[in-house]
Each structure stands twice: as C-alpha cells, then as structure tokens.
Write a protein of this length. Structure first.
Length: 141
C-alpha cells in the first residue's frame, strides 16, 4: 500500500537528480583542486546525457511501470515494460568527458553554483513530498 503512495510522488525522480548533482559537484571540485596542475584537463558529467536518460525513464514510467522502494528495483505491471529509476545514473563514469581546454576558475565556480541550485531545488521538492506523505499517513490532510 505505501509503495504505491511513495511511487506516485516525484521522490524517485528527485532522488536521481540529487545523486547526479552530488557526483557532478565532486567532479567540479576536483577541477578546481587541479586547476594549476600542468597538463590537467577539466572534466565534467554530461548534464544533457543525464537529462535525456531521466526523461526517457520518466516517460517509460508514465506508460505502465510501478516501483518498489528505491533500492529494490522495478516491478512490471504490463507486459515487458520494466523500468528501473536507478538505471538513470548507471554508468556514471561513461558520461565523464575530458575537454581539451583548460577551464578557468570563474567557469568552474559558475558551474558549481548552478549545480548546487539544482541540488537544493531537488532536495526542497523531496522534503515537500515527504511532508505531504506524512500528512496523508497521519490523516491530517
């Protein structure tokens, strides 16, 4: 019963966004730490790739799959439509790219700020969804 309530929220999607932004923040911090290293090439995680995979998972989810808890994997409700939200962030290392240019401090800090805003937004949405679920469960809504 609670699985259906949990999965009807945006929490599984926001969980993926939080995980991605956390990983990207670590990569961007590494770029700043190595900015003065001779021959170092800045790295980043492809935001476009992540958004594309997330959109695909959301679209598939809307068309017939339901989920268990985030760590338990998918349950198909119709035919072969099985979706695993955890697969969105799968193979994070394959979306790391190495640029040929040395990126400056300003651009790295700018990217970190944008990434942090996205992270905070996802956490705020998750908190809001958890509060709504808590109200529903305690019958205060």
């Amino acid at each position: 019963m609670f699985d259906g309530i949990f999965q009807s929220t945006s929490i599984p999607v926001m969980e993926q966004v939080v995980g991605f932004t956390e990983a990207r923040q670590n990569v961007l911090a590494g770029n700043i730490a190595n900015l003065d290293t001779p021959g170092y090439k800045a790295r980043d995680l492809s935001v476009e790739d992540f958004q594309s995979r997330l959109k695909q998972a959301i679209n598939t989810r809307k068309h017939g799959a339901t989920y268990r808890s985030p760590g338990e994997g998918p349950v198909a409700t119709s035919g072969s439509r099985v979706v695993n939200m955890a697969g969105v962030a799968k193979n994070t290392k394959t979306i790391t790219r190495h640029d040929g240019d040395n990126v400056g401090m300003e651009s790295q800090v700018s990217e970190m700020v944008k990434n942090q805003l996205q992270h905070n937004m996802a956490l705020s949405i998750m908190i809001s969804q958890f509060r709504l679920l808590q109200a529903v469960i305690s019958e205060k809504a």
